[in-house]
Write a protein that binds this ligand. Sequence first.
Ligand SMILES: *Cc1c(COP(=O)(O)O)cnc(C)c1O
Length: 465
Amino acid sequence: MKYISTRGEAPALNFEDVLLTGLASDGGLYVPETLPQFSAAEIAEMAELDYAQLAHRIITPFVEDCIPAADLQAILEDTYAQFRHGAVAPMVQLANNQWVLELFHGPTLAFKDFALQLLGRLLDYVLERRHQKVVIMGATSGDTGSAAIEGCKRCNNIDIFILHPHERVSDVQRKQMTTVVGDNIHNLAVQGNFDDCQAMVKASFNDKSFLPADRSLVAVNSINWARIMAQIVYYFYAAVALGSPGRKLAFSVPTGNFGDIFAGYLAKQMGLPVERLIIATNSNDVLHRVLTTGSYGRQSLQHTLSPSMDISVSSNFERLLFDLYGRDGAAIKDLMSRFEQGDISFSETAMAQLSGLFSSHCVDDAETCAQMAATWNSCEYMLDPHSAIGVNAALAARLPAGVPVVTLATAHPAKFPAAVKAAGLDAEPVLPHHLRDLFDRPERCEVLPNELAAVHAFMADNINA
Ligand SMILES: *Cc1c(COP(=O)(O)O)cnc(C)c1O
């Protein structure tokens, strides 16, 4: 499988090189040159597979020229053995035709574990083979950092530096990052905000001269293709469990950077009978505005009860646009450079395709709390604020009669106790057993001033030989 850039100018790469790259050299994002297709008969056979086996079936065509089948199988079995539920991604029914796909049984209680547990293992496998070491640098407002650290903690060939805004992530989120033990794990609490952290990571990718000569820098945010790839699997898993390919279904996805829902779009393109993909956003509604007004533009960031969806622009949307514009890299390059200047609108054909595939719903904090309370009162089921946005959007969607909607539950409510409290539930979320002593574990974290030079100096001193 070859991967090409959405802006049409960077060289095509194989899976291994895409894994080790962030953005393409032309500023675009890598996507597969062609998508594998699964027939109805092949999808029906998937019902016999457990999660790791299904992952093998779905992922093989994307990686087979780089990773032998037996090695891939071992990596996937080890990856999904880290999840603390026999089904890995179990489903719960909330109401008639309303389902929740629980994606929070991984080590850090958010869906990002599905991709980052795999990414860490894939990186280590490839680096071991190449006798190469790399540095991972990422900025987090919470969930990505802990999932990346958990995914890479056993990787001998990776030093991982995660920047978070000092005193601006929740206690659970901070503890999940700073209590992980390992010489290769470096938590940097920057005396600034999330945007400052992100700007430092971006600047570091643009000028890597602070790194030792033998190290390259790898991205773990969802511009990394391997993350998207891993997320395609659970769409098939849920659909088959509900009777696909004989039955169509819809998915409601709490959306920030458009990575998770883009994986759902790919599942549909690969043959899954998806009736509709519902983009569920919080008040940071850049995508909802595209669908309802046709205009694509930045607005200032709002801080909400669902912080993992607080974004002003969804970077993975470019991957979808590439398809909506007939995979014309030059058109995307032009579109994105105009977007740098201000608001843009899309072609009629692009908009028609977009609204044929997706609908959207924007849910503010008050509605999020109301949904958490309503679901609790009707089934004693506790939703985290992100998942509540998904459920709210699923209930608002107008779908053909009898089509079930699966909402992706992206985090465990115990990650967001303040939101549960704000929703007025008469119960407190309980951390799963394996994390019950989280608050007693010692923390390791370096507080640094909001200066790139200080961050680079710390990194240079702490990269393991
Ligand atoms: C990251 C995250 C999201 C948003 O996912 P995207 O792929 O960025 O759209 C939603 N919910 C939770 C809990 C997350 O951690």
